[in-house]
Design a protein around this ligand. Structure first.
Ligand code: MCF
Ligand code: FE
Length: 404
């Protein structure tokens, strides 16, 4: 059992967000939060210390972690072509050290759990031997019915293999790549599995304007792309129909930059989540998610880095700082609080994890770090944290201190 005391304790419990000079008592789980809790002596984390739930990066592609300057940024279709061309090389280049560096970057920046999209299964052996919690999403991708069965068998083999490693820190999930890249028959089959086995799901949705044009009208840059690469002349599903397939599952829709009112409403209806990846969207030049619309539809949103396939970093503090600076329509003070909740309690909900807030019975997944000075206006605390934090001093997962 350990008791920590900090100048600022952020709980992200429904109402009492900030506790000053407060204590948190925990073993594997949080036991008590507040003041003068019991006789256990508290470890004081120091002047200007912050104690809060550890961060959760709910959407990554670590398989692509070896990418630095290979993939082409600035335009979505150009990027996609460069992924197809370089995928195998990048995967081969991502060796044990490459995975280790990615995990290190995440844990130093206070991440206790991440949602990994795996298209090959290459990442499995590295991710089962590291200290962070993982939700491992086996990806299904492929729109050509002629090879659908081969793709499905390959997916099943990867899924079964990953299930062998399930434990309190490793869960399996399923990812349907996107509405433009997966055949509806394959979708139905894997959604059935997710429902039966109560697995969480993710899907990329309405990331680019090219996707919008293709799915609505069978036009635009995707037309040439599909004709050339996959001999496909028309889209296979309507966006609304696609969303409805995820009814009665726990699904996070990634990006949604070009989702319209009706689609957001449908995501809200089926209690779906949205994950916002602003740096990825900027680098692929796909636009900016309208967070105000997402909030108005009462959709829980999280923020994630995506992979090094479309980011220079896996650090979530940097990602939410980018969001803070890019989302100019929203007031920075309130947005800052929302963004910290996005990468803690909301991300935990989207992955079905029992962490993301400091309250009794939650997993003791915590971080602490120090602000450079006292915060004069407590209303600015969330904002100052986002501006001044890149790395943390301590990370606890299930109550255990992790070596940083
Ligand atoms: O989220 C970004 C951009 N949108 C779509 N896909 C990916 C992203 N980063 C990596 N990917 C992967 C995806 O999982 O790239 C492949 C898939 O395996 C694209 S399709 C050849
Ligand atoms: Fe992604």
């Amino acid at each position: 059992m350990l008791k920590l005391k900090a100048d600022y304790v952020l709980t992200f419990k429904e109402k009492s967000d900030i506790l000053l000079n407060a204590e948190v008592l925990f073993d594997k789980k949080i036991i008590k939060v507040g003041y003068n809790l019991d006789e256990t002596p508290a470890v004081y984390l120091g002047k200007n210390s912050v104690l809060m739930p550890a961060l959760i990066n709910n959407h990554t592609h670590l398989e692509f972690s070896s990418n630095k300057t290979t993939l082409k940024y600035g335009d979505f279709i150009t990027w996609l072509n460069s992924v197809i061309q370089n995928r195998e090389n990048l995967f081969t280049k991502c060796n044990s050290k490459c995975y280790k560096d990615s995990i290190n970057e995440m844990k130093k920046s206070g991440i206790c759990a991440f949602g990994e999209i795996s298209s090959s299964g290459n990442d499995l052996k590295y991710l089962t031997k590291q200290p962070l919690k993982v939700v491992y999403f086996n990806e299904i991708i492929g729109s050509n019915p002629a090879v659908a069965d081969i793709l499905y068998q390959d997916f099943l083999a990867r899924l079964e293999n990953s299930k062998k490693y399930e434990n309190e820190k490793f869960k399996t999930g399923i990812s349907i790549h996107s509405p433009y890249s997966v055949h509806p028959v394959l979708m139905d089959k894997v959604i059935d599995i997710a429902k039966k086995e109560e697995m969480v799901m993710q899907t990329h949705f309405m990331e680019s304007n090219a996707e919008r044009l293709w799915l609505d009208q069978g036009k635009g840059e995707f037309k040439l792309f599909f004709e050339q690469n996959f001999k496909l002349s028309h889209p296979l599903i309507k966006p609304i129909e696609f969303i409805q397939k995820f009814k009665d599952t726990k699904t996070t829709f990634i990006h949604c930059v070009h989702a319209n009112e009706k689609e957001l409403e449908e995501i809200s209806n089926i209690k779906g989540f949205i994950s916002h990846c602003p740096i990825s969207n900027r680098l692929l030049n796909t636009g900016l998610l309208n967070l105000e619309n997402v909030k108005n539809k009462l959709i829980d949103y999280s923020v994630a880095t995506d992979g090094k396939s479309s980011n220079y970093s896996l650090n979530l503090f940097k990602e939410i700082r980018a969001a803070l600076l890019m989302q100019v329509e929203l007031h920075p003070k309130y947005l800052a609080k929302d963004l910290l909740k996005a990468v803690t309690i909301n991300a935990a909900k989207s992955l079905g994890l029992n962490n993301g807030s400091i309250e009794p019975t939650k997993d003791a997944d915590l971080i602490s770090f120090k602000l450079p000075e006292k915060v004069n206006d407590i209303d600015n605390l969330f904002l100052q944290i986002i501006l001044h934090t890149n790395e943390v001093d301590y990370l606890y997962i299930n109550g255990e201190e992790i070596n940083l």
